[in-house]
Write a protein that binds this ligand. Structure first.
Ligand code: PLP
Length: 462
């Protein structure tokens, strides 16, 4: 029976007659045809398959299977509905971009741009100029540059300023951010030597002062982002570190993690350090992420003293860590919102979602419950419950955002099974207290649930 499986070229000939397969490359069709032959072989070996006696019928069957395989072969990256209640979910791609950033991406993707081209002089330009003026205006710094992400910003800054020399960091700030960003490890990779001072809960000015020596290249302050030390604690404020650094001619850098360009207290959110305030307090360099609270694309922003920024730009690592035109287009558009918009909290999805009222979220949860009840069928219980969402990405780990969710249970189905049903529809919820929840904080329009569910069901039907 194995010998009755038609040769690959015959399978390809048959496949080429199927309209949905026209326009696909021969190499790709060959791959699918091989996979189909393997499937038939495996089925025969397990005693499940059967080979039709009629060769034409067999080829037609194979061709149709190849067409099914091509139709099922979807791009690996898929649009998802984030119902996890984590606004900036690193695993789900963090910030959703503003409309103007999406338009800027579209333009940059479709055409040539002045990425490194000075239009006025007709000469080679500097890609940092696309975001430099905005970042300087927004933060009050002398200069700015941008790299792939904040991890890269910390790496290149340490390497530029302190390779082969010492960097002083408080033991209370030797943090690990998810995804293997650890201050001691990044420090080692940068070629700088870590000089730890103080203790986990308390570090004093004197600890830093005693550590300064001829080999000291930098004092680093790190925002603890995703954890808090509470109780008997003390840390040295940035302005004190700056005074100490000035006295000894040692620059001070702060890794702000998320950082904010505006005071989020105006949006009813807990206070997060504002970059401009850290620059005003005297930090020589400040690094922060583009896709955390800022609400832009993945990027690492570095602002500070012109001399230091120039040295970072000349570091050969800059070439390896630089951003492409798409990132810069989206980032520049996002920064322009902060600079120009009278209402950034409405234009930026991240701020908009953080700022939603509990009343509005409860209402959305009610609509979501109705949409889903209609689609899930009998047996499921759907209730609107109050819950707590979080900002995510290490920003404000302790603070919670009040939120509402649709809690979905079934007498025979486990929460994991229900989660899998929703994942199939590309809706990602979370399991809390042994029940599946769709947190509505991150879903502005419940209609997306209907669309996702109907598409998912369509796919399941084949
Ligand atoms: C998030 C974070 C980083 C890493 O930033 P990415 O943009 O994710 O690379 C580094 N340091 C701190 C303090 C952070 O919070």
């Amino acid at each position: 029976m194995l010998r009755a499986i038609p040769p690959i070229d015959d399978c390809l000939c048959a496949a080429e007659k199927i309209p949905s397969l026209t326009g696909l490359s021969r190499g790709y069709l060959r791959t699918l045809a091989r996979r189909e032959q393997d499937d038939i072989r495996a089925a025969l070996a397990s005693g499940q398959g059967d080979v039709p006696r009629d060769r034409a019928a067999m080829l037609e069957l194979i061709a149709r299977s190849i067409a099914d395989k091509a139709a099922a072969d979807q791009p690996a990256m898929k649009a998802l509905v984030n119902a996890t209640g984590v606004v900036l979910h690193t695993n789900l791609g963090r910030a959703i971009l503003a409309e103007s950033a999406i338009e800027a991406l579209d333009i940059a993707a479709r055409s040539s741009v002045n990425l490194e081209f000075d239009l006025a002089r007709g000469a080679r330009g500097e890609r940092d100029e696309l975001i430099g003026a905005e970042l300087i205006d927004l933060t009050g710094a002398e200069a700015a540059t941008v790299v792939n992400n904040n991890a890269a910003a910390v790496l290149i800054a340490l390497n530029t300023l302190a390779e082969g020399r010492e960097v002083i960091v408080s033991r209370g700030e030797l943090i690990e951010i998810g995804g293997a960003f650890r201050i001691p490890d990044v420090m080692a990779k940068s070629g700088a030597r870590l000089h730890e001072v103080g203790t986990t809960n308390r570090t004093h000015r004197e600890d830093y002062a005693r550590a300064i020596g001829p080999d000291t290249a930098l004092i680093l302050k790190v925002h603890p982002s995703n954890y808090r030390i509470v109780g008997f604690t003390s840390e040295v404020a940035l302005d004190e570190l700056v005074a100490l650094g000035r006295k000894h001619g040692v620059p001070v850098m702060e890794d702000l993690g998320s950082g904010a360009l505006i005071d989020l207290a105006a949006y009813g959110l807990p206070r997060e350090p504002v970059v401009a305030e850290r620059v005003a307090a005297g930090a020589d360099l400040v690094t922060f992420s583009g896709d955390k609270l800022l609400g832009g694309p993945q990027a690492g922003l570095i602002v500070g003293q012109r001399g230091l920024i120039d040295r970072i730009r000349r570091n050969p690592l800059k070439r390896a860590l630089r951003c492409d035109k798409l990132t810069l287009a989206a980032l520049a558009a996002t920064l322009r919102i902060y600079l120009r918009s009278g209402d950034p909290g409405t234009e930026l999805p991240t701020l908009r979602i953080l700022n939603r009222s509990i009343g509005e979220i409860r209402q959305a949860a009610g609509r979501a419950r109705d949409i889903l009840a209609e689609r899930l069928g009998p047996g499921f219980t759907l209730e609107v419950v109050d819950c707590e969402a979080e900002i995510g990405s290490g920003a404000m780990p302790v603070e919670r955002l009040e939120s509402a969710a649709v809690r979905i249970t079934h007498p025979e189905k486990s929460p994991e099974t229900i989660a899998a049903i929703f994942r199939h529809a590309r809706i990602i919820g979370r399991i809390t207290n042994d029940a599946f929840h769709l947190d509505m904080r991150t879903i502005e329009d419940p209609a997306v649930l209907a669309v996702a569910f109907d598409c998912g069901a369509g796919e399941a039907r084949g």
